[in-house]
Design a protein around this ligand. Structure first.
Ligand code: FES
Ligand SMILES: [Fe+2]
Length: 375
């Protein structure tokens, strides 16, 4: 009997192994992706009151995000203009001014240099030594900063385009009122893997059957490897009330979501460093912080409605436990993949099967930003 005719290969190539371990490629990504893109720096509630601040590392810069007396969020390079000391620690409350520990120069919360000891009677021009501003935008309660010196493309426009492409309709996200939610739990993970492995892993569900038994009980559609459908989400199993280990709900659904939303999980990626997960009664925000070619700090925040948090019996553990298990399963396989990136077996890379084909678009995004030929 004649063999059936061969068809074109249904697979697509991944990036070659060197993209996941070479310092020069990592440095280029830091310069051409993280130092030019809008990078998510947390939730507005983490810098809620005037004088509250937090800092994040973006590319080569440490960025200070501070809420002014006028209620506005602003971002600056966290560098004292005198002799360059790092101005503020990781997070805290500054009171009325930002004061450098070294020689006590002080800056208003809006970045103006207001205090310079022992310089009275000189013609030193303080106005030339304010903090260097960084572009900041707030989108659905999430803070984004962009350390590019050139004015970047509008975040709203980019995010909208991204949403339409990967999420179906921006209105879906709006119904979750992310800005109104509050973080009730945070876990930081130190993952021995390149940041792109975490993105690629989040974008596919081919691994869900073998790796996430608990998740597949709640979302049986994931067992077959289908990634969430654009704009449709993935439906909870019959009899499952909520995205918890027991499948039981211990909080009401978020106030404005539809009955349909209350039966679904939506996941979305905002490149380069955000995974956003929408569940019936909470949201889970992952932010990725590359630490080196083979290491990524991943911060996972669980957000709930303030009314739910205010209840005396509020306990987020049923939600946290579930996604913490899923996270650890994910990071484990990212680390397994990272372990082989230097092998000659992966020098030319691997393949994406059809269920993973959409990840190739992420690889093309990286290649495009790096100015590398599409390989
Ligand atoms: S370095 Fe900040 S005051 Fe001197
Ligand atoms: Fe996963």
């Amino acid at each position: 009997m004649a063999a059936p005719p061969r068809t074109a290969s249904p697979t697509l190539p991944t990036l070659p192994g060197r993209y996941y371990h070479e310092p020069a490629i990592y440095a280029a990504e830091q310069e051409r992706i993280f130092s030019r893109a809008w990078v998510c720096a947390g939730h507005t509630s983490q810098v809620a009151a005037p004088g509250d601040f937090r800092t994040v590392d973006v590319g080569d810069e440490n960025v200070l995000i501070v809420r002014g007396r006028d209620g506005e969020l602003r971002a600056f390079l966290n560098v004292c203009r005198h002799r360059g000391a790092r101005l503020c620690p990781a997070a805290g409350h500054a009171g009325g001014a930002l004061r450098c520990r070294y020689h006590a120069w002080s800056y208003d919360l809006d970045g103006r240099l207001i205090g310079v000891p022992n310089m009275a009677g000189t013609d030193f021009d303080r106005s030339a030594f304010g903090l260097i501003p960084v572009y900041l935008a707030v989108w659905h309660g999430l803070i984004f900063v962009n350390v590019d010196e050139e004015e970047p493309e509008s975040l709203a426009r980019l995010a909208h385009a991204e949403l339409l492409q990967r999420f179906g309709e921006a209105e879906t996200l709006a119904r979750y009122h992310l800005a109104d939610l509050r973080i009730a739990s945070t876990i930081e993970y130190d993952v021995r893997g390149n940041w792109k492995l975490a993105v690629e892993n989040f974008m596919e569900c081919y691994h869900c059957g073998p790796m996430h038994p608990e998740l597949c009980v709640l979302l049986p559609g994931f067992r077959g490897g289908a990634a969430y459908q654009q704009g449709v989400g993935t439906t909870l199993a019959e009899g499952v009330e909520a995205f918890t280990l027991t499948g039981k709900a211990s909080r009401p659904p978020l106030p404005d979501i539809t009955a349909d939303d209350a039966r679904r999980y939506y996941g979305l990626v905002l490149l380069p460093n955000v995974f956003l997960n929408l569940l019936p009664d909470h949201a889970v925000l992952h932010t990725l912080w590359p630490q080196g070619p083979d290491r990524t700090r991943i911060v996972c925040d669980w957000l709930f409605h303030p009314d739910a948090i205010a209840r005396p019996d509020f306990d987020p553990r049923d939600a946290v436990e579930l996604f913490d298990i899923v996270n650890r399963q994910d990071w484990e396989v990212c680390e397994l993949a990272q372990a082989s990136m230097r092998s000659r077996a992966y020098r030319a890379g691997g393949v994406f099967v059809p269920l993973e084909a959409h990840i190739r678009r992420f690889n093309e995004y990286v290649l495009d930003k790096l100015g590398h030929a599409n390989i």
